[in-house]
Design a binder for this molecule. Sequence first.
Ligand SMILES: [Zn+2]
Length: 261
Amino acid sequence: MNKVIAILIAGTIGSMLKILGGILYGSNTLFVDALTSIVNIIALLVVIWSRRVTIIPPDSDHHFGHERFEYIGILVMIVTYGFVAGISITRLYYVREYSVELNAFYLAVAAILAYSIAIFLSRSAPPSIRAYGAFTISEVLEGIVGIIASLGGALYSYLIDYGGAVLLTSYIFYEIYEEGRNLASFMADEAPPPSIYEKVVGIAESEGFSIKSIRLRTIVPGKYHGDIVLSPGSTRYENLKNLKKKLGENGVDVCIEVSSP
Ligand SMILES: [Zn+2]
């Protein structure tokens, strides 16, 4: 857990440096970038929270387990992105000619160093934190845009800095789209990939059953739920128990029914 705290501190320092660069030294690119790094910190908190919640076994109010709490994290991300997108648009809409100080550029360089530390630490962290590290790589790419734009803004024209800010704002909308697609596939109860069907049918046939119909939905990738109707025939109770057990081992939790002849 100490490592997670170190990552959180490095990420927070990175964000603070960008906010200072944006507010004190006039770079709008850094300002927008700072907003996205606030999202980044919230993402890390969400990861830490969902890691604790999703492993809770099924209980009286969540019969299928708590894995789907992961998607509440996505919702939080979308809302946060939407909020910072609004702030960015408002700021960029009312902009007049401005000047960027060279200090903004130095802060941008310092911020990218802080993020590099966070990413480096997250590489040897547990898988869910590693996912955060991968997510933070976009923060470094944005940081590079910040460095180029603030330097160009300080040395040549504020329009270079303004262009960088518009670019990063567009990226926020792209992130909203991506996270939204993620959430939509869950809300629409998407079917699992065909390979899962093939596996279920294969297991059933190896136990001597033939499947009449099958319905599956994804709880989270790797965990599926649904129902199976078997053709009448060899439906010995022992075989059924075996089928259920084998499917369960493959992450498929189904209700099995035998159709009447
Ligand atoms: Zn519960």
